[in-house]
Design a protein around this ligand. Sequence first.
Ligand code: NDP
Length: 445
Amino acid sequence: MKEYPKTLIDRLEKRNNSQPLFIQAVNEVFESLEPIIGENPDIETYSILERISEPERQIMFRVCWMDDNGKIQVNRGYRVGFSSVLGPYKGGLRFHPTVRLDVIKFLAFEQIFKNSLTGLAIGGGKGGSDFNPKGKSDNEIMRFCQAFMTELYHFLGENTDVPAGDIGVGSREIGYLFGQYKRLTKRFEQGVLTGKQVGLGGSLVRKEATGFGAVYFAEEMLKRKKDSVKGKTCVVSGSGNVALYCARKLEDLGATVVAMSDSSGSIHDPNGVDLDLVRSIKEVDRARIDTYAPHKPGSKFFPDKKVWQFKCDLAFPCATQNELDGDEVKTLIDNGCLGVIEGANMPTTPEAVGVLQEKGLLFAPGKAANAGGVAVSALEMQQNASLQSWSFKEVDSRLQEIMAAIHHDCVHWAEKYRRPNDYVFGANVAGFLRIADGVKAYGVI
Ligand code: NDP
């Protein structure tokens, strides 16, 4: 690595010494930017890398709420506003016991580049809590969301910071959060949260957007190789929002999804996973995926196993960070896999990305491939601001255009620097240049 980014990484490591995920995310971006750093002395002169790798603000707060047994519970809440260069902070809220500042910072950092890639006026942010929604009653979820929003609402606003969902936060939680925001502010400020229920300010296609968008991106990559998703055998990790609608779009386009998972293990269904059954288990019953196999002859549940062991043409990691490592990628390759498309944020370890690139497989980084979710969130903000609701077809066609444009930008920069298949490089450069222009234009602030 060049001296300038290397010195910065060393400094970041010292100042953020218990934040390995954040350092991993910054490292990957800085490494990619090396060729353009050499050609653009302004990047160092204007301290652009220093400024984009230090969050503008980081908020941590205590969340006290009462469980159904009358016991007071204490959790920790976070909201990191990383960059408002391109617009209000925009990014989801994650409720999961593994949430800590490191997780939120890495997600918020990735979000800056992803949001830039969409071409829309949205900055980068992320938030969440170590609250575990599993096994909680509906009333407990509501009380937690109300307590969380009571601490956070001062910092939000449709022109300041606009959260959405992520792991553990879907339209139910967004509804409770918005209700509490409305109660506290005495304002019906619809654009302050996205991912709202359709009919209550939510956009059609928002819940499908991240998964659909990842498949649209994959289709663009394959089109470039005169191929398509049709007829491909796929594995999708996770069975939450992103995974379900990724699998749904794959099926719509003629692919077969043979495996999905959750944190308890994987199901393998060689005849094609029944997505209505998965949705009913995970979204409606909020149960574990092991209850799938008894309902579907020919399928099998593998406790504590990941989906990467199964033969496939395409793999879509759609669960969580660092869920696909170097050895697992080698298994995928040995089984004939052609490519990995990230629906989740940073699900592929750096070692695994190295293997994929060395072996010349298709690899789509999350900040490009999963940008459909935040893109439709921004379309939700546009609809709220204009008091309009667009049809499913209209939003879906805008989503397809945005994903095609992101793909085009990635390829443009990758080809310009003679790395035609390097989507990591293309995405980082395309995302970075727009932000760097803004940082310079606004002066020293
Ligand atoms: P959900 O909560 O809806 O689903 C998450 C899924 O991943 C569940 O199946 C869950 O299993 C599994 N999972 C979560 N954590 C772990 C873990 N530590 N180990 C194994 N499995 C795990 O979340 P989303 O679908 O919304 O998010 C999935 C990924 O996509 C995340 O990386 C998120 O940041 C990213 N993303 C989401 C967007 C969105 O619009 N929702 C937008 C862009 C990116 P279980 O049910 O057992 O917990």
